[in-house]
Design a protein around this ligand. Structure first.
Ligand code: AMP
Ligand code: ZN
Length: 111
């Protein structure tokens, strides 16, 4: 099982901020902004590059929950959602996750 599958299964503890049957949101262990939350599907998908018709509903669930996760985290003045893919995208955990970043004015640069 991959790291985030273990977190989703509760085998590795995480600082959860939202959970339902399909998705989990927890605080990043190495935050890069005052608020840095990771949102994952409970099913294993390696990255956004694996999204297809069958897995798209899982991704839709994440984006449906994101506004309330952001609100609950106090992100009332905007935020950024990022997903890294593969080697060039600097993806270090090969389980699809969306970074929710905010709590300050973020950099205009995205690379
Ligand atoms: P990425 O580089 O896009 O694959 O992002 C992986 C993220 O997972 C990084 O921001 C890490 O700090 C974070 N991370 C790694 N292990 C854990 C963990 N056990 N709990 C919470 N966040 C983690
Ligand atoms: Zn996984």
């Amino acid at each position: 099982m991959c790291l985030f599958c273990k977190i989703a299964a509760g085998e590795i503890p995480s600082d959860k901020v939202y959970e339902d049957e399909h998705i989990l949101a927890f605080r990043d262990i190495n935050p890069q902004a005052p608020v840095h939350i990771l949102v994952i599907p409970k099913i294993h998908l390696a990255s956004a590059d694996e999204i297809d018709e069958a897995s798209a509903p899982e991704v839709a669930r994440i984006f449906t929950a994101l506004p309330s996760i952001a609100r609950q985290a106090g992100l009332t003045n905007g935020y950024r959602i990022i997903t890294n893919v593969g080697e060039d995208g600097c993806q270090s955990v090969r389980h699809l996750h969306f970074h929710l970043l905010g709590g300050k004015k973020l950099s205009e640069k995205m690379d």
